[in-house]
Design a protein around this ligand. Structure first.
Ligand SMILES: C[S@@+](CC[C@H](N)C(=O)[O-])C[C@H]1O[C@@H](n2cnc3c(N)ncnc32)[C@H](O)[C@@H]1O
Length: 223
């Protein structure tokens, strides 16, 4: 995401970014906070919300993200800016909301102005059991994005499952063409779509690479 958000002259930026289906992690937001003034984080569990709040409010027991923040700053060119970035991110996260991508209106308890950007990281493939559910979820979340706004999506490709500790979780097996078609069908123009052979450790995820997608929501098309 550092590359996608900062690549010039077509870097993705704007006023509001909505992060869909966040675990209590902040790593994808570290570059986003340089390109967006307001970040809205959405989660489907209370535990994720509470864990993230702990870090935002510097509460005791909060996860120590500093090594990750330092690394992100190093990628952006100045490792020494880590403390400044932590503060900036804390300021830019304006809301943490409940979200269910399977619902027609995924963020039920809030009325949000349409966002400039949606950010998804390993979310829908881990959440949807089949392709029709995946396509529907993509359309559901797209209602949160303004026409001409950007979708940034990181996806594990050709993955059947992933491990967290001893627990095995299913993942929707996606190939490039299928993903491309689903994104286009949801009303997007694909601007960049790269599949890298870079993989997470095989002991954690059985997959064949990670894809980075940047798409723009078609103007005047239906959600
Ligand atoms: C594989 S995790 C990815 C988490 C995070 N993006 C990351 O890379 O650390 C999938 C995420 O989807 C969320 N999720 C599961 N079902 C969901 C739903 N119906 N609506 C929204 N998010 C959901 C889970 O809470 C989890 O945080």
């Amino acid at each position: 995401y550092t590359g996608i958000l900062h690549s010039k002259p077509d870097g993705v930026k704007g006023n509001t970014l909505i992060r869909i289906g966040t675990a209590p992690s902040i790593f994808e937001l570290l570059s986003a906070c340089e390109s967006f003034k307001e970040i809205i984080v959405t989660q489907n569990t209370d535990q994720n919300c509470q864990e993230l709040q702990k870090w935002l409010k510097r509460e005791p027991g909060a996860f120590n993200w500093t090594p990750v923040v330092k690394y992100a700053c190093e990628l952006e060119g100045d490792r020494n800016k880590w403390a400044e970035k932590e503060e900036k991110l804390r300021r830019r996260v304006k809301q943490i909301l409940e979200c269910d991508v399977s619902k027609f209106n995924p963020v039920t308890f809030a009325s949000l102005p349409p966002a400039d950007c949606l950010l998804l990281c390993h979310c829908l493939e881990a959440t949807c059991n089949d392709l029709s559910t995946y396509r529907a979820a993509l359309k559901n979340i797209s209602s949160l994005l303004k026409p001409g706004g950007h979708l940034l999506m990181l996806t594990v490709m050709k993955c059947n499952y992933y491990m967290i500790g001893q627990h095995k979780f299913p993942c929707l097996f996606l190939e490039k063409e299928v993903l491309e078609e689903a994104v286009k069908e949801a009303g997007y123009d694909i601007l960049k779509f790269e599949v890298t052979p870079i993989c997470y450790p095989a002991s954690l995820v059985e997959h064949e690479g990670i894809s980075y997608l940047v798409a723009s929501k078609g103007k005047g098309k239906e959600d």
